[in-house]
Design a binder for this molecule. Sequence first.
Ligand SMILES: Cc1cc2nc3c(=O)[nH]c(=O)nc-3n(C[C@H](O)[C@H](O)[C@H](O)COP(=O)(O)OP(=O)(O)OC[C@H]3O[C@@H](n4cnc5c(N)ncnc54)[C@H](O)[C@@H]3O)c2cc1C
Length: 366
Amino acid sequence: MEKNKCTGCGVCENVCPKGNISMESDSEGFLYPEIDVINCISCEMCVTHCPVINPLESTEKLKELKAYAAWSRNKEIRYNSTSGGIFSELAHMIILQGGYVAGAIYDENLLVHHHISNCKDDIIKLRQSKYVQSKTGKIYARIKKILDDGKLAMFVGSPCQVSGLNRFLDKKYKNLLTCDFICRGANSPKAYLKYLLSLENKFGSKVERVWFKNKKNGWNKFCTKIEFENGQEYYADRYTDPYMKGYLKYNLFIRPSCSQCQFKGLPRYSDITLADYWGVNLRDENVDIEQGISLIIINTKNGKANYDLLIKRIFRKESDLTDALKNNQCANVSIKHGIYRDKFFEEIDETDFMELIKNISKEREK
Ligand SMILES: Cc1cc2nc3c(=O)[nH]c(=O)nc-3n(C[C@H](O)[C@H](O)[C@H](O)COP(=O)(O)OP(=O)(O)OC[C@H]3O[C@@H](n4cnc5c(N)ncnc54)[C@H](O)[C@@H]3O)c2cc1C
């Protein structure tokens, strides 16, 4: 397979019976499989289980996909979530039934990786969008073990990661709930770390906490809040924060495969799709939209059964699916790389992140 098609989902690493595959960073900071060719037994499990080489057949889907505007009744959960807090409500419901929830968390170095837990308190770490590609590690194998033990599990990840999990499992489990999200693209961990380093230099302190899409100034401002060990705080919106500008405006550092994503469109490979409901019309409801509204797409009967269990904990209003997606181009279309992407990666090792984004802004405005 050509390198620029690999999504870095990590299924090959999980499926190799000899442990001969490891995920290693390339010069842009994205993970790609490296095969120990000397010890490879040519079983081709990595090829047969790759969701890009062997895309899944469409699984059981609802005849008509259902879309909803939805948000948690719990104000604190909603405020602290990226959209309407439906992930946290689903996670809570799964854990209350004795199940496990897998999603992306920040580690002690503020890098993002997948983590699984059956502890209610961990929902706080699992929630919120982290705008950098997560390292999946051995998450698929861990989920399989939990499912084989007859326990309930929920997996949340990008559409390519959910397809990867389904490919890895290769059979339908009734005790699994999968959620993907509408995905703009996975950012380079190297670009993200360079951004944090640049802020650390500016503020003279280590970063303690990263919070993308903080809602203090409203949901659609995409404000980034960074807390430093010395107590200082950084706060900037999508128009001024250099990382968000690089992601949303200049398209500088998404993974190569994201510019030709195979996992867009409908129907999707998850039970439930989570997203932001941009342009939602809730004029008749008495609701503060700036606290975040989720767009929920119910893809399967299993998704519907689990979503219906939230009935008392959330507000929801059915929507027309086409209408719901009209302001969310990333549902169907891949983001193309910006013209300064090569310059960004050529210069990022030598140039301060903020300086580089400033230079790119100036060149664009010439
Ligand atoms: C990289 C990225 C791009 C996105 N692009 C869009 C978009 O273009 N349009 C849109 O409508 N929505 C997009 N979303 C989804 C949106 O930001 C919300 O995450 C979603 O609406 C769920 O909101 P929530 O309030 O229910 O849950 P939240 O509390 O936001 O929970 C988010 C869930 O996603 C998981 N997660 C967070 N970061 C990652 C990551 N890097 N990799 C894998 N899993 C992760 C968390 O573990 C959690 O389960 C994107 C999310 C991410 C992570």
